[in-house]
Design a protein around this ligand. Structure first.
Ligand code: PLP
Ligand code: COI
Length: 363
């Protein structure tokens, strides 16, 4: 049976002039589009057709399993306005594949990858007037899945809902300054055998106390260390990390390797695949906090940046920990970070040739 998306258009969409106001000045994740996609699954019947329906509240029994045991996964991807006015998704197939992997880890049903992409496309098509167009702006799409069986016994839910919502977005971080980060030595994000590689809500819930500790230090984000030795740098609360070693054309873009406890970022993967086109070398490996400090002190590490769908590429200017506060370069946005940011954004916005076939046209 081929799954389809049944359209039930919103009879009361946001008035055009109000929507255009939101799209002109989107902020990050403040306004939601007119529609959402909902598809339900049960152990007996499998996936049912999805509906494209009016965006609005869900009505769930208080004993619904997701409220108690947190069986939930999500994704984040973006649709970009192209120079000819069309709209493209950036690597939606990669999000579909990661969603399926997350589902497996969290004992949720896998959404067929083609169906995931089709559902995303149908939502973007229906809400195409919500896609902002200025550089760095996009429609952020948030697919997620929740356990919907009504039960208090702890087991893998026999029912689930796959839902997609969307929101116009601009910059995640204030673009007028670099990002500051706090290396957390008190808390860990993910341990071997845990859920670090999955994009599940619980990872983020567990990170919030450390995020609060970072904010108390005047920092924007947390840097997580490995759970075993508490010395290897893994990633940030919601982004992967890259370190620029050296300068100019001889620079190497170094990123912590995927050990099973990091989220395999699609932006990270895109950078690894694309920056050789800019002449840089790439390297995946391990870097400890001591090696980071030594690299910053000696000048070997010239720039550090965060990368992710929401953050795109955000230069990091200050790194703080219980060992002290270290400036990256002069604390400002690094030249190579900004060059890579522009390169990736140009591909996403259709301003540079998409040699990898990453942009998937929607409408
Ligand atoms: N690491 C974490 C913990 C994240 O939440 C994200 C964001 O999705 C990333 C890395 C970057 O992944 P991607 O580039 O696929 O958005
Ligand atoms: C994303 O980049 O899509 C994320 O999920 C991270 C979050 C900080 C918004």
């Amino acid at each position: 049976m081929t799954l389809k998306v049944v359209a039930k258009p919103n009879p009361n969409p946001v008035p055009n002039e109000v929507r255009d106001g939101y799209v002109a000045n989107p902020g990050f994740g403040k306004y939601f589009t007119d529609h959402m996609i909902v598809a339900n699954w049960s152990e007996e019947s499998g996936w049912q057709d999805a509906t494209l329906q009016a965006y609005g509240p869900l009505s769930l029994d208080p004993a619904t399993m997701v409220f108690h045991y947190g069986q939930e996964i999500f994704e984040g991807l973006k649709a970009y306005k192209q120079p000819d006015g069309s709209i493209s998704l950036f690597r939606p197939d990669a999000n579909a594949a990661r969603f399926a992997k997350s589902a497996k880890r969290m004992a949720l049903p896998e959404v067929p990858e083609d169906f995931f992409v089709e559902c995303v496309k149908e939502l973007v098509k229906a809400d195409k007037n919500w896609v902002p167009g200025k550089p760095g702006e996009a429609l952020y799409i948030r697919p997620f899945m929740i356990a919907t069986e009504v039960a208090i016994g702890v087991h893998a839910s026999k029912q689930a809902s796959f839902i997609i919502i969307a929101t116009p977005v601009g910059a995640y971080f204030d673009p007028s300054k670099t990002v500051s980060v706090w290396i957390s030595t008190e808390y860990v994000r993910a341990a071997p055998g845990g859920t670090g590689e999955a994009k599940c809500g619980g990872n983020y819930a567990a990170s919030l106390v450390a995020q609060k500790a970072a904010a108390a230090q005047g920092c924007d984000q947390v840097i997580w260390l490995d759970a075993v030795e508490r010395k290897w740098i893994e990633e940030m609360g919601g982004m992967n990390l890259c370190f620029v070693k050296g300068k100019g054309k001889d620079a190497t873009i170094f990123t912590p390797k995927l050990t099973g406890t990091l989220l395999p970022g699609i932006t990270r993967n895109s950078i690894l695949n694309a920056v050789s086109e800019l002449g840089f070398k790439v390297e995946e490996g391990m870097i400890s906090v001591d090696q980071l400090k030594a690299g910053l002190d000696s000048g070997e590490i010239t720039e550090v940046f965060a990368c992710g769908t929401a953050a795109v590429i955000s230069p990091i200017g200050t790194i703080k920990s219980e060992m002290g506060t270290w400036k990256v370069g002069d604390g400002g946005a690094g030249e190579i970070s900004m060059q890579i940011r522009k390169y990736i954004l140009d591909i996403q916005h259709g301003l540079a040739s998409d040699t990898h076939g990453w942009n998937i046209k929607v409408c």
